[in-house]
Design a binder for this molecule. Structure first.
Ligand SMILES: NC(=O)c1ccc[n+]([C@@H]2O[C@H](COP(=O)([O-])OP(=O)(O)OC[C@H]3O[C@@H](n4cnc5c(N)ncnc54)[C@H](O)[C@@H]3O)[C@@H](O)[C@H]2O)c1
Length: 441
């Protein structure tokens, strides 16, 4: 272990990062920038060629990442491959593959994690520090990661190699800044392992690094995302309530948050992304018979219902101008789940559009960051009966409402992100509906 820590301090420990997506790619770049020799593994050889040319595969506004990738590739500090044999030279292996849940059963879908552990295990050298950065259900380190690695490698944890769980706290749109500035929980299968992982992350993280055991680290990550999901569900419930009594949830929220220690979250058209919709299911997976989650599945159900509520808002708004959804031309702004990113995973736009089309609407989707939807905005909205905001991209915030109105057949605006002030939209001549701000009567 001392030998490993010394190699980390001298930047001599070679690092492998398995999974070069939203998490793995920036992490690999940061370690390369910090002076380590880094190899990245991912399955998709097309993207690997792109990365090895220094071209960032992540679209959207991701400050400094394209430049940093180009720099570390040029310097020869990072190289991507599909071949797990590079693990044989590594002293540190980080795993950052996707960890979704099954759509129906909500159980963890660890196919990528298991495949990665097999690939790594077959090439694992004694003395390696293996760190799981992926978000995993409590006890996964003990029941999945450890047995697969031990069996595939023939090595024993804490004797021949070391295991750590250091979950990420980043968000697309601020990947590098979050890696540098967010504190991290660093779980280890032994206190010494946690300490070695702290030494490693100290090379790229400026904030607190909190050593603990693996179970606590698994819990902290899944709890913090579940906290967010439950808070958003509460905000959405208050939005429904405000619609029912004819109030404006945005004004209510602003005033509630003036009260000390209140942090009412934003209501919206639904919760998307790779993490928040599935991490609550990871948190409650594998608990004993003595525990039955009640609040967490209810919050998930509320948030999952929001895209369909957006459809109801569209129906209500069109009704005011004597139109039905069937046959209406609806322009949807935003396919990515989050503003100024290209991340469409679990985007609420997907069920929203599906439902509109089932009802017979003619739907056109625009997103400046998503290939296939990045046509000129004016072309997409022209002739529509209704414009719906699903993502708060800067381009939409900057829209001139008077110009927008002239492009539409009927000026109906349904704002799922509260990016337009209702009064201003009404002055510009729109029928305006927003989540928690409808005034149908
Ligand atoms: N995206 C986020 O904002 C975020 C934030 C915090 C934590 N996380 C967690 O980090 C993990 C990774 O998320 P992500 O957003 O980077 O996912 P991603 O889908 O963007 O990236 C996953 C990568 O793993 C690769 N991969 C999958 N199976 C592989 C295999 N068998 N061998 C080699 N490579 C393989 C894929 O090719 C892809 O490059 C997840 O557990 C997620 O919950 C994500």
């Amino acid at each position: 272990m001392e030998n490993l820590i010394e190699a980390i301090r001298r930047r001599e420990a070679r690092i492998v990062v398995v999974g070069l997506g939203y998490i793995g790619l920036p992490v690999a770049c940061m370690f390369a920038k910090a002076g380590f020799q880094v190899a990245g593994i991912r399955r998709d050889s097309g993207k690997i060629a792109q990365i090895n040319q220094g071209i960032c595969p992540i679209e959207g506004k991701e400050p400094r990442l394209p430049e940093l990738l180009a720099e570390v590739i040029r310097q020869g500090r990072l190289k991507a491959t599909t071949d797990y044999k590079v693990c044989r030279k590594a002293r540190v292996a980080l795993i950052a593959v996707e960890t979704p849940v099954d759509k129906t059963t909500k159980k963890p879908g660890y196919e990528a994690l298991r495949a990665t552990l097999q690939g790594l295990g077959q090439n694992l050298q004694a003395g390696t520090l293996v760190i799981i950065e992926s978000t995993i259900a409590p006890r996964t380190m003990e029941t999945v990661v450890k047995p697969i690695l031990e069996e595939a490698s023939g090595l024993k944890v804490n004797e021949d190699f070391y295991l750590s769980n250091c979950p990420e706290r980043v968000m697309p749109g601020r990947l590098l800044a979050n890696i540098e500035n967010c504190s991290r929980v660093v779980g280890g299968m032994s206190p010494e392992t946690a300490q070695a992982a702290v030494e490693l992350y100290r090379c790229i993280v400026k904030a607190d690094l909190d050593p603990t055991d693996c179970l606590t680290a698994e819990l902290v990550k899944t709890v913090e995302n579940t906290y967010r999901d439950v808070q958003i569900a509460f905000a959405n419930e208050v939005a429904f309530l405000c619609e029912s009594v004819g109030a404006d949830v945005w004004e209510v929220r602003q005033l509630v948050n003036k009260s000390p220690q209140r942090d009412m979250h934003l209501p919206g058209p639904g919760v998307g992304g790779h993490c928040i919709p599935k991490d609550p299911w990871l948190l409650i997976h594998g608990t004993g018979d003595d525990f039955k989650a009640r609040l967490i599945p209810t919050a998930r159900a509320i948030n999952d219902s929001m895209p369909l509520h957006m459809v109801e808002l569209v129906e209500g708004a069109l009704r005011e101008v004597g139109k039905k959804v069937q046959g209406a031309r609806i322009a949807v702004l935003g396919y990515a789940y989050k503003e100024n990113t290209d991340d469409t995973r679990n985007s609420p736009t997907i069920p929203f559009v599906t439902r509109l089309e089932e009802l017979g609407a003619e739907v056109a989707v625009h997103d400046p960051y998503v290939k296939g939807y990045n046509d000129e905005l004016e072309k997409v909205v022209t002739g529509s009966d209704c414009v719906v905001v699903m993502a708060a991209h800067d381009q939409y915030r900057e829209l001139n409402l008077r110009d927008l109105k002239t492009q539409l057949r009927i000026p109906v605006l349904v704002d799922g992100r509260n990016i337009f002030e209702k009064e201003k939209a009404q002055v510009a001549g729109f029928i305006y509906k927003g989540v928690g701000n409808v005034h149908f009567f």
